[in-house]
Ligand binder design. Structure first.
Ligand SMILES: *Cc1c(COP(=O)(O)O)cnc(C)c1O
Length: 401
């Protein structure tokens, strides 16, 4: 029996999810741990982003791209049949309905537009399963930029379709053969490559990770999810603001963008991680890819590999702002297993006619569990970001079902 509420009172709120403190700090996390030449390149990105983000011309151009090319605003969908069986009122923020099928395009278009403004002609990106690579290749094609995407050799074998998509979109896909030949190594290699190319290339990071200003900048580009959802909730919910706001967390960009829209409300924020990729729930302080945050580590402090059925959650760490939100008690981080996620995906498919991405299914799996064990009291309103559609995962679902 549970005799202690898992909920601490939401800590308001001043300064949370605003700008980071000096030197890109969120509490004790964040920063810019990079070689000298990249510190300079990050400084240039920071300056360009600050300038662009206060320029109505840039904001307007990005908003228009998001409207006419991505399909924003995305709907807020009441999950009626599922809500009825769970006893809570669940609303889905539909990032699965965006062009390319996930929230990643919001960030990538922002960074691609910024790169153009900085006079860069090429985007460099890392990718794991290929989703961020496809989004980057898409944005590059749209804006007339080149794209070079680093991808672990093992991931290239596992994700042949996305590799083909990137090439069809005109991107160069560079196989990474070091280490475990997956996302962590692809990220290291992309950063190394950027060192020699900062003059003409922008490094387009795919989540709220990496050196300052990336965690902050990527969250701001994803804030559109939370801002739209806040307005949609105000219009549709009796209470105006949902009681709970839930999103899955890999590096943490869709969650950060969603949370940003509700940080100054009493809504309880919940980030759902994969059991095998729980940087926020189980990580320890470390430095990786230019940033101080929480990472899965072995007893010697070596950062270990994550393991999740959802490729987008297969990252051994979490963005620095999530680590800070956890310390503050402003957000809570929970984990679900692969099996729970697959079961949740089937349940959403059969009650609402939506096949979710495996990543998004993690968020739903927690909602289902929490509605069952009273963690989400009956009648509460829940906003959940459905970060992506399940097309990319059908072969995994097919193997398991
Ligand atoms: C990449 C991805 C994620 C995880 O990334 P975050 O930065 O944590 O949002 C989640 N869902 C989908 C559909 C993805 O493609």
């Amino acid at each position: 029996m549970r005799n202690v509420s898992p909920w601490r009172e939401p800590v308001p709120l001043d300064g949370t999810m605003g700008e980071p403190r000096a030197r890109g700090r969120f509490g004790e996390y964040g920063g810019r741990y990079a070689p000298e030449s990249l510190v300079e390149a990050c400084r240039e990105v920071d300056e360009a982003f600050r300038d662009a983000w206060t320029d109505p011309g840039f904001r307007g151009a990005l908003a228009r791209l998001l409207a006419v090319h991505v399909g924003r605003p995305t709907p807020l969908t009441p999950a009626r049949r599922l809500s009825e069986s769970l006893g809570v009122q669940l609303y889905l923020k539909r990032e699965d309905l965006t062009h390319t099928g996930s929230h990643k395009i919001n960030n990538v278009l922002g960074q691609a537009l910024l790169a153009t403004r900085m006079g860069r002609r090429r985007l460099i990106a890392e990718t794991g399963a290929g989703q961020h690579g496809v989004a980057t290749a898409t944005a590059a094609a749209l804006l007339g930029l080149e794209a070079t995407v680093f991808m672990g050799e093992r991931d290239i074998e596992r994700q042949a379709l996305n590799v083909f998509r990137m090439r069809m979109l005109g991107a160069e896909v560079v196989p990474v053969t070091s280490g475990s030949r997956t996302l962590k190594d692809a990220t290291s290699e992309a950063m190394r490559h950027w060192v020699g190319a900062t003059g003409d290339s922008h490094y387009c990071i795919g989540s709220v990770v990496g050196p300052d200003p990336y965690p902050w900048m990527v969250r701001e580009f994803q804030r559109v999810i939370g801002d739209e959802a806040r307005a949609q909730c105000a219009a549709e919910l009796r209470t105006g603001v949902p009681d709970h706001v839930v999103a899955c967390v890999g590096g943490g960009s869709n969650a950060a963008g969603t949370f940003a829209g509700f940080a100054d409300t009493p809504a309880r924020l919940v980030g759902v991680e994969a059991e095998g990729g729980a940087g926020a729930a189980r990580g320890r302080l470390g430095v990786l890819h230019g940033c101080r945050s929480l990472f899965l580590q072995d007893d010697d402090g070596q950062i270990t590999e994550a393991h999740s059925i959802a490729a987008g959650l297969d990252y051994p760490g979490v963005g620095p702002e999530h680590a800070h939100l956890r310390d503050l008690g402003r957000a809570r981080y929970v984990t679900v297993t692969d099996d729970e996620a697959v079961a949740a995906a089937v349940r959403l498919a059969r009650t609402e006619g939506i096949v979710p991405a495996l990543e998004s299914a993690h968020a739903l799996a927690w909602v289902i569990r929490a509605a069952g064990d009273g963690d989400l009291p009956a009648g509460t309103t829940v906003l959940m970001t459905l970060s992506g559609r399940g097309d990319k995962d059908v072969s995994t679902y097919k193997e398991l079902l």
